[in-house]
Design a protein around this ligand. Structure first.
Ligand SMILES: *Cc1c(COP(=O)(O)O)cnc(C)c1O
Length: 223
């Protein structure tokens, strides 16, 4: 069997102090997740509601699940009762639905706003201007069941490391702007979720507090 434990130990040994690991377990079976769990990993990330539901139901209840994929508003109600963090909020509409469902479930759901900085047209996320607009609008301040904890982004899928570094730095600078402008008095706004298997070393040099790593821990995904 693929040696998840060894790979997880190697990844953990390579993290900068203060950087937390979200083990991205999408498409991987429960025994892979349990191997990582036995090694002490508690935060896992999934990107499909149905797959997450099955895993949540059959795996230990102290796992903190992060939803990292594009979330359709009609799926929000299914994950809100148990999700630890929704990482990829990219519209006010989605934020409103999370508020509505979180109020029903009587909990506060932690979220990150997803930025679109990469060059690929296919990636989701808010442009920097759209993000400023959302925050300027102020509606989020009237959402007692949503806590915005920071920003999330994906760099371009390219071998050009200088470009990847520029994109992470753009996100880091934008985080500072947003922190000062809107969240200066909110210590909970502190997360910068960037860095995946191929680029997390670069991400950690540009302010990442949370890396989302799948392939390096669990091997290639079989779709
Ligand atoms: C799949 C995925 C990852 C993990 O990618 P790896 O290259 O396997 O580390 C990280 N973030 C998001 C948003 C993903 O969808």
């Amino acid at each position: 069997m693929y040696d998840v434990k060894r790979h997880l130990r190697e990844v953990n040994a390579s993290l900068k102090p203060g950087v937390r690991l979200v083990a991205i377990s999408k498409y991987h079976p429960n025994d892979f997740i349990m191997a990582a769990y036995e090694e002490g990993q508690r935060i896992f990330g999934e990107s499909h509601e149905q797959e997450l539901k099955e895993k949540h139901q059959s795996l230990p209840q102290d796992i903190e699940w992060h939803f990292i994929g594009h979330l359709q508003t009609n799926k929000v109600k299914y994950i809100v009762p148990y999700i630890s963090m929704i990482e990829a909020v990219d519209s006010l509409k989605l934020l409103r639905e999370i508020q509505k469902q979180a109020a029903k479930a009587d909990r506060v759901v932690r979220v990150l706003l997803e930025l679109h900085i990469a060059e690929e047209a296919t990636k989701y996320g808010l442009t920097l201007d759209a993000c400023r607009e959302l925050l300027d609008g102020g509606e989020w301040r009237q959402m007692p069941n949503v806590q915005i904890c920071g920003l999330m982004m994906m760099a371009s899928n390219t071998d050009d490391e200088a470009q990847i570094a520029r994109e992470f730095q753009t996100a880091a600078d934008f985080f500072d702007e947003v922190k000062t402008q809107y969240f200066a008095d909110e210590p909970a706004f502190c997360e910068r979720s960037w860095g995946m298997s191929d680029d997390y070393h670069i991400a950690m040099q540009h302010g990442s507090t949370m890396v989302r790593i799948g392939t390096m821990i669990f091997g290639p995904r079989v779709y």
